[in-house]
Write a protein that binds this ligand. Structure first.
Ligand code: ADP
Length: 183
């Protein structure tokens, strides 16, 4: 019987693992997943449980939002993990870690993480996918900042995320009022 290589499971095919905070998921992340599905048979979106980062959304809330978006895409598996990424990857049959790059500022951090993961597990490679022109400015952090101040993030995150952000920040629906300097 032909031996299958790690990550080339007969049933699952080629698997990539996309780890991140996804606090919350944005269309920038989704775009990376959708493009990766043209190369891989399955993508595992792995939500990191890292309370030190003080996430806005609990891991359950983040899991729910990602699962809801990909509910009709069986090629996407959504999971969460604690601890070292390399330990989690070893429990799956993924061949590659998938990450996205938006700007040169992402590069340094990503380069260090990829190098560290490589030193922890010499077989594990990281594949970087360049952001697309529509989402290069989209990050979970800026989405939260804008939403907290009442700005619209529609079109940058799924509708469910828009609703959850509004609930989190308990945004009142106010009428626009012009500032009058002579008041
Ligand atoms: P982390 O906290 O681990 O950086 P994030 O959820 O912020 O997790 O991001 C996960 C990955 O997705 C990172 O590699 C990040 O660079 C990438 N990413 C985030 N937003 C975008 C985007 N708009 N376009 C492409 N990649 C992105």
């Amino acid at each position: 019987m032909a031996k299958t290589k790690k990550g080339e499971d007969k049933d699952m095919g080629k698997v990539a693992i996309y780890p991140g905070s996804f606090d919350p998921i944005t269309y920038g992340h989704i775009d990376v997943v959708e493009r990766a599905l043209e190369i891989f048979d399955k993508v595992i979106v792995a939500i990191a449980v890292n309370e030190e980062k003080r996430p806005l959304f609990s891991v359950e809330e983040r899991l729910h939002m990602v699962k809801a978006f990909f509910k009709d895409t069986p090629k996407v598996i959504v999971d969460s993990f604690k601890g070292l990424l390399v330990d989690y990857v070893a429990k799956t049959n993924a061949i590659v870690i998938l990450r996205g790059l938006r700007a040169t500022s992402d590069f340094e951090y990503e380069f260090h993480m990829a190098s560290m993961n490589r030193s922890l597990d010499t077989h594990l490679d990281t594949l970087f996918m360049m952001t697309s022109k529509d989402y290069f400015f989209v990050s979970s952090r800026t989405i939260k900042e804008v939403a907290r101040l009442g700005g619209g993030v529609e079109g940058l995150v799924p509708d469910l995320v828009v609703r959850r952000l509004k609930e989190k920040f308990k945004l009142p629906v106010t009428k626009k009022k012009h500032i009058r300097w002579d008041d």
